[in-house]
Design a protein around this ligand. Structure first.
Ligand SMILES: [Zn+2]
Length: 348
């Protein structure tokens, strides 16, 4: 098995922006594996992140742990790792007494920690014959405005009457510029709860002429609509207008919702479908803690994941409360069946 040969994402051909991710998925056997809960794994290692900056706090006081978690997910078989920048925002850092420049350095660092881990891991495989890993891609996480507010609004979609399109674009603009300049392979917009923020992202990608492919993932509470109550048909219509968004889907929703959503999204878009649900526990945004789920096991997650793949999801991983063990099992299940369906695992 060798390195995936992919189209160049930095080309001036706009179609190639999308083609890059489509190629990656295809060459991974029709379904590539994303990593699992990042903040979850930091916490399991003892990091204290009960803070408005959440996992981004580790960028300041525990970057080694971030590298360790990236390596754990790579070892578990993730084809794509997501950076620690989900709740890393410039206003968030500034409110902690950091300067704009220090904040920008931390955003840059979130990408560098991930690309360094990816390169280190890939290098370590050099002398290992017949390994089944792919050289992973790094997706820079861009959490929603609600994630920055840290008030649970990423799960209810209500940003208040004073938040309009321009305010959301202003909020996202500089962080996006810094992340893009830091050289990730992809951008991962996560837990987007409404159509307005979708529109802001799509317009911003155009205004900033972003040439690396993005995915946009929504959260959902009822498993049918966006948290704002707007239909996914409405939200995806906006996504479909963008030649810079390569994939669209769901993250951090209960796994039980995902199958019907993949079926629905398949009807609404030709883009790659990306899903990485949480473990089924629910986040109490006010008390800032997870409320228990009815049941969760990696076995159950795997069974569900093969159905998501069969329904047309091209990128599958885990969000909060999933761990490297979830991703290891997921990777085995998805890659095993992709070998069976392709008859080969040689992707060059
Ligand atoms: Zn999550």
């Amino acid at each position: 098995m060798g390195v995936l040969q992919l189209s160049d994402p930095n080309t001036t051909d706009e179609n190639a922006t999308i083609g890059f991710l489509q190629d990656f998925v295809e060459k991974a056997g029709g379904c590539a594996v994303i990593d699992g809960g990042f903040a979850t794994q930091l916490e399991l290692h003892g990091a204290s992140i009960k803070d408005p900056l959440w996992s981004a706090l580790c960028l300041i006081n525990n970057p080694h742990l971030i590298s360790k978690v990236h390596l754990e997910y790579l070892e578990a078989g993730a084809d794509i790792i997501v950076t620690s920048s989900y709740q890393a925002t410039l206003p968030g850092f500034i409110s902690r007494g950091l300067s704009q420049q220090q904040g920008e350095k931390l955003l840059e660092k979130s990408v560098k920690l991930a690309t360094d881990a990816r390169d280190l891991f890939w290098e370590s495989l050099k002398n290992i014959a017949n390994h089944t890993y792919n050289r992973a891609l790094v997706a820079a996480s861009v959490g929603s405005y609600g994630a920055y507010l840290a008030d649970g609004s990423e799960y209810n979609g209500f940003y208040g009457d004073d938040v309009d399109l321009n305010k959301l674009k202003d909020f996202h603009r500089r962080r996006l510029q810094v992340l893009v300049e830091s050289g990730p392979d992809l951008l991962a917009f996560e837990t987007i709860p409404n159509k307005l923020e979708t529109q802001a992202i799509v317009e911003l990608l155009e205004e900033e002429d972003v040439r690396i492919p993005s995915w946009i993932c929504f959260s959902t509470i009822d498993g049918v609509n966006a948290p704002s109550g707007e239909s996914f048909a409405d939200c995806i219509q906006v996504v479909n207008t963008s030649r810079r968004v390569a994939a669209v889907g769901i993250n951090c929703a209960p796994p039980q919702f995902v199958h019907s959503l993949v079926q629905n999204f398949k009807k609404l878009t030709a883009k790659v479908i990306v899903v990485y649900p949480n473990s089924g526990e629910t986040w109490d945004g006010v008390a800032k803690r997870w409320l228990p789920s009815k049941c969760f096991s990696d076995d159950k997650f795997n069974v569900l994941a093969t159905r998501w793949r069969d329904a047309g999801a091209g990128l599958i991983g885990g969000c909060c409360r999933t761990t490297p063990s979830t991703i290891r099992d997921l990777s085995k299940v998805l890659k095993k069946s992709s070998v069976a369906s392709n008859g080969t695992k040689d992707m060059v």
